[in-house]
Design a protein around this ligand. Structure first.
Ligand SMILES: C[S@@+](CC[C@H](N)C(=O)[O-])C[C@H]1O[C@@H](n2cnc3c(N)ncnc32)[C@H](O)[C@@H]1O
Length: 224
């Protein structure tokens, strides 16, 4: 295989299927204050014994689910991911909770989320792959899927505006160079600057925006 071919961006599901086994170790090494970070994802979830409804998009192996279950032990969690490999590990890890988890293999870009179904929607480390209008479509689905008073919690990494532009340029170059179709999903990172992100949240009608965690580029924010 030539270099050119081997540098071609990988399709998303295949990328994570291949790396599923070392995924959690990799995250422990790369996410600053890993344990606190994943627990903090759930800080905005009320402590409750009620059967609340949560949607986790791009749930992977379920790193954030442990914290969610501590706050809401009876929650029903719909977990969506397109990587079978990641979901197999999630199923093994949470085998005692299978009656509470609704695990769906598929793309959260394409799957419907329904209307006013969820108390919380959560996404962690998965939203940095989408361009502005693609992300907007996903946020509109999330907004519609939340019950009145529901919250959207997003953990991801963000960059400075200048870096956002550079990465977007590089992204377009890759798309053109390899003639990649947007119908397939490729593992390419195009994180936003927080300013861009806030503008987008506002546009889709999330009027309340709070940053609840920030270490270097890693941010957790909560929207209502
Ligand atoms: C970096 S992992 C994050 C997993 C988990 N949320 C965490 O923080 O450990 C990103 C996950 O998003 C999933 N993903 C990316 N795009 C997706 C899409 N369009 N639909 C469903 N899952 C997607 C990947 O398969 C992968 O498991």
């Amino acid at each position: 295989m030539s270099n050119e071919t081997s540098n071609k961006p990988e399709e998303m599901a295949s990328f994570f299927n291949k790396r599923a086994n070392g995924y959690e170790e990799h995250m422990k090494e790369t996410v600053e204050s890993f344990d606190k970070y994943y627990i903090s994802v759930s800080n905005s979830i009320d402590n409750t014994q009620d059967v609340i409804e949560i949607l986790d998009i791009g749930c992977g192996t379920g790193l954030e689910i442990e914290g969610i279950l501590k706050k809401a032990p009876n929650a029903r969690i719909t977990c969506i991911d397109m990587s079978e490999g990641m979901l197999d590990l999630l199923k093994e890890k949470y085998k005692g909770y299978m009656n509470q988890l609704n695990i769906i293999t598929g793309s959260y870009v394409e799957l419907p989320f329904g209307e006013e179904n969820y108390d919380y929607v959560v996404s962690v480390m998965t939203m940095h792959h989408w361009k502005y209008n693609e992300k907007k479509e996903i946020y509109i689905k999330i907004k519609n899927a939340l019950k009145n008073g529901g919250k959207y919690i997003e953990g991801d990494y963000y960059v400075a505006l200048e870096r956002e532009r550079e990465l977007l340029d590089e992204y377009h170059k890759e798309i053109n160079k390899y003639k990649l179709s947007r119908e397939n999903f490729y593992h390419l990172d195009i994180p936003f600057a927080i300013e861009t992100q806030k503008r987008l949240f506002n546009e889709v009608g999330f009027n309340q925006f709070e940053i609840v965690w920030k270490i270097e580029e890693q941010i957790i924010c909560v929207m209502e």
